[in-house]
Design a protein around this ligand. Sequence first.
Ligand SMILES: C[S@@+](CC[C@H](N)C(=O)[O-])C[C@H]1O[C@@H](n2cnc3c(N)ncnc32)[C@H](O)[C@@H]1O
Length: 291
Amino acid sequence: MTTLQHQHTSLLHEDNNFKTAELYNEATEDYEFWSRDYNMHFGYYSPTRSNLFRRDSMLNEMNRQIFTRLTTNNNQTFADLGCGMGGTMRYGLRHFQNLSIHGVTLSEFQATEGNKMLAGLNGNIKIEDYNNTSFQSNSLDGAIAIESFCHSGHSNDSFAEAYRILKPGAKLVVSDAFLKKEIKDLCPGGSCCYKNLCNGWSLEKLGNIPSVKKSLEEIGFSNIVIEDISFRVAPSVLHVPFAISGFVLRKILNHEKLKAQTINNLKGSLFALLSGVQMNNFGYYIITCTK
Ligand SMILES: C[S@@+](CC[C@H](N)C(=O)[O-])C[C@H]1O[C@@H](n2cnc3c(N)ncnc32)[C@H](O)[C@@H]1O
């Protein structure tokens, strides 16, 4: 990448970070309607472990799936890169012993309220950019990024920073929606959903799976496993219209106005659903890779 291209990417990140912080400072509270545990992601349906009608059982199963892909021995320290309210961190800290987890987010609201919810657990949330953290190089036993790297467009900067902070042999686990092809190859319907999804949720862009794999290899990651879990995630995506209707109805009955960022968040959710059904264009993946 030339210096000019790098400066351009950094400016894009800066502009988007500002919008992302604004979105989550205002709209994070709304997620209580999505998840009592404040899991700000989609779920993983496992017939033996989750219930199709109980959303939090699928959202927490996603947390479990992520931790099972990290090596969870005793006395390990993980980073949650884009940790929201720390829902995944609390899951890990409650289910695995002698673990400590540091989360980073851009949102002041999430850091303040998330840290209150982490009281008594071995974790904390800081306000930092996951593209440029204060973690020491080669210091962490694992890193997680659930539906967070999409905000920086699954950029090389995010993966390279994760690589820097991991110890050799440690794993990065990313769970997110990706494109299956290049943006220019999307059909008009796909392109419309994609643009609205990115605008609503303040995403720079979504990476496409073949390019992301190539970037991870170039950065130096090995044992790259890419799992298409779209069908596991679909049942929780199908909860979106019901969750949105219930949420809006409650607001109307309480005579509450919808805030600008709440509307953006609802738009993002709706277009996530519309994108999710276009399985030729979009897919939901868990990527596990080793430094
Ligand atoms: C959809 S939420 C997911 C939160 C959490 N991973 C979860 O699953 O509950 C996206 C999170 O990514 C964070 N985020 C986005 N861009 C970021 C950046 N550049 N640096 C740090 N955090 C970022 C947001 O602040 C938010 O907490």
